[in-house]
Design a protein around this ligand. Structure first.
Ligand code: GDP
Ligand code: MG
Length: 187
């Protein structure tokens, strides 16, 4: 039973949060497919010829697990490994280090990036997740780096490991970027 006036109910409106941001740096040897992966993620298309010297940062408004996030991707184009790393170390919330499964040298080149980036990231609070990514799985016939080798290197540096192809389905490429966002949110 209710006496008197019914209470007015205050509806508390929670202000919409600004979409959070996630800065992802793509590193790796020239020719490993950094630009192809970046462009695939942003446009769903595979661009086979991309200026190998072009370095740029792109943004995409994504929704990951029903939450908006502004993903920024810095597609680097270093010729000389992580020597010149100041521009991205402080900027990044996460690092994707790419090699091509059909090129052993590109895999070897990941080690220097992993050393530089994991050393830096471990000193951060929160840490910046690091992902080792074997690209070009469509080139299986020419594989020079086994999946086990990739997984072992990732384990050594305590990072995540995926294999993918920039020229196959869009969703597997998108999945990797979204997993990176999830990792950043977990930190
Ligand atoms: P980046 O120097 O790391 O940016 O490499 P690019 O994205 O420019 O790619 C280098 C070359 O590899 C280009 O000829 C691309 O077409 C090719 N490429 C990139 N990703 C793939 C892939 O997943 N599969 C195959 N077969 N070729 C790829
Ligand atoms: Mg490139």
């Amino acid at each position: 039973l209710m006496f008197g006036k019914a209470r007015t109910c205050n509806i508390v409106t929670v202000p919409e949060h600004e979409p959070s941001e996630c800065n992802i740096v793509i590193l790796g040897a020239v020719g490993s497919g950094k630009s192809a992966l970046t462009v695939k993620f942003l446009t769903k298309r595979f661009i086979s010829e991309y200026d190998p010297n072009l370095e740029d940062t792109y943004s995409s408004e994504e929704v990951v697990d029903q939450q908006p996030v502004l993903v920024k991707v810095m597609d680097t184009a270093d010729q000389d490994g992580p020597l010149n790393c100041e521009r991205y170390l402080g900027w990044a919330n996460a690092f994707i280090i790419v090699y091509s499964i059909d090129n052993r040298n590109s895999f070897e080149a990941c080690q220097q990036y992993l050393e530089t980036v994991t050393l830096y990231s471990k000193g951060l609070q929160p840490e910046a997740p690091v992902i080792l990514l074997g690209n070009k799985v469509d080139m299986e016939r020419y594989r020079q780096v086994s999946k086990a080798d990739g997984a072992a290197l990732a384990l050594r540096f305590g990072c995540l490991f995926f294999e993918v192809s920039a020229c196959l389905d869009f969703l597997s490429v998108q999945h990797i970027f979204h997993e990176v966002v999830r990792e950043v949110r977990r930190e």
